[in-house]
Design a protein around this ligand. Structure first.
Ligand SMILES: Nc1ncnc2c1ncn2[C@@H]1O[C@H](COP(=O)(O)OP(=O)(O)OP(=O)(O)O)[C@@H](O)[C@H]1O
Length: 263
């Protein structure tokens, strides 16, 4: 128990199934995301974490089951209805996906234009505000090609939060970052939670980050929720699969002569 169970549920997933042809990727996922928490989605590659996140944004329609955001079922909405829901959600895509031909400020303003903001002064003010939040104050004119990987990630995060979403979804925010830069991203994630009252859902493989940022952890396996609990419960778990995942132990051992196939 994390104590969060008393809080309102901002995303409610029920009996969610998805399949691509014969490939049954989500097999009846039930999941609650509580307002104001940082929830980390863990699991082996191909377990369905990214597909689940796409359903939370309405980027995919389920084969079966429902996804509610703030009490409203989004699973069969059309694009016009979804546009309103998506203003409550920010998404940090894995590769950052900045437009290379646009400045930092232009990239962030673009997200506001998409959300219907037209007033240039308001856009300038909000671009400056979110750049301060991600510690890139005054960098509006820089081009993405001038930025390091960590800075690009922070610009992408600024873009994700410029519409003041209630919930931010992060798909592997630490991918490709050095450990120190990853730490700065973790600080930002917690800052958005505590100072800006946002709910975070984070897919990551970085165990160090999990123990730094998670209030709750959900472990997915083969399209199902295999386990959920607090980071402390994860650390204390005697489940062999969870233990191997936490420690990064494939079971092959590190005796080189025994673990390498004969040449
Ligand atoms: N649009 C799609 N069409 C067909 N198959 C897909 C599609 N999207 C995902 N899949 C398949 O669904 C399965 C789950 O993918 P998903 O990306 O959700 O896994 P994941 O848990 O996020 O893995 P990873 O940790 O490697 O990112 C994979 O086998 C993937 O190939």
């Amino acid at each position: 128990m994390s104590g969060l169970e008393q809080k309102p549920v901002i995303i409610k997933v029920r009996d969610l199934h998805q399949r691509f042809g014969e490939h049954h990727v989500l097999k009846g996922v039930d999941l609650d995301v509580y307002q104001g928490e940082t929830l980390v989605l863990l699991g082996t590659s191909g377990g369905g974490k990214s597909v689940l996140m796409k359903h939370m944004l309405g980027l995919m329609q389920p084969w079966k089951g429902t996804v509610e955001v703030d009490g409203v079922d989004i699973s069969r909405m059309n694009e016009r209805q979804l546009a309103a829901v998506r203003t409550k959600m920010g998404m940090l895509f894995q590769n950052g996906a900045l437009f290379d031909s646009m400045s930092v400020g232009g990239n962030i303003a673009f997200a506001m234009q998409e959300a219907g903001v037209k007033d240039q002064d308001e856009m300038d003010r909000r671009v400056a505000e979110v750049l301060e939040i991600v510690n890139l104050g005054g960098q509006q004119e820089k081009m993405p090609s001038d930025l390091s990987g960590g800075m690009r990630k922070r610009v992408a995060l600024a873009r994700a939060i410029v519409t003041h979403p209630a919930c931010v979804l992060y798909d592997e925010p630490h991918a490709g970052l050095d450990p120190v830069t990853a730490d700065t991203i973790d600080h930002l994630i917690k800052c958005l939670q505590h100072t800006h009252k946002m709910t975070n859902v984070v897919v990551t493989h970085e165990m160090r980050s999990v123990f730094r940022i998670a209030d709750r952890v959900v472990y997915m396996k083969k399209g199902e929720v295999y386990w959920q609990g607090t980071p402390a419960e994860l650390e204390a778990s005697e489940d062999a699969e969870l233990k191997a995942f936490v420690t990064g132990d494939s079971g092959l051992g590190w005796d080189q002569e025994k673990s390498c196939p004969a040449g």
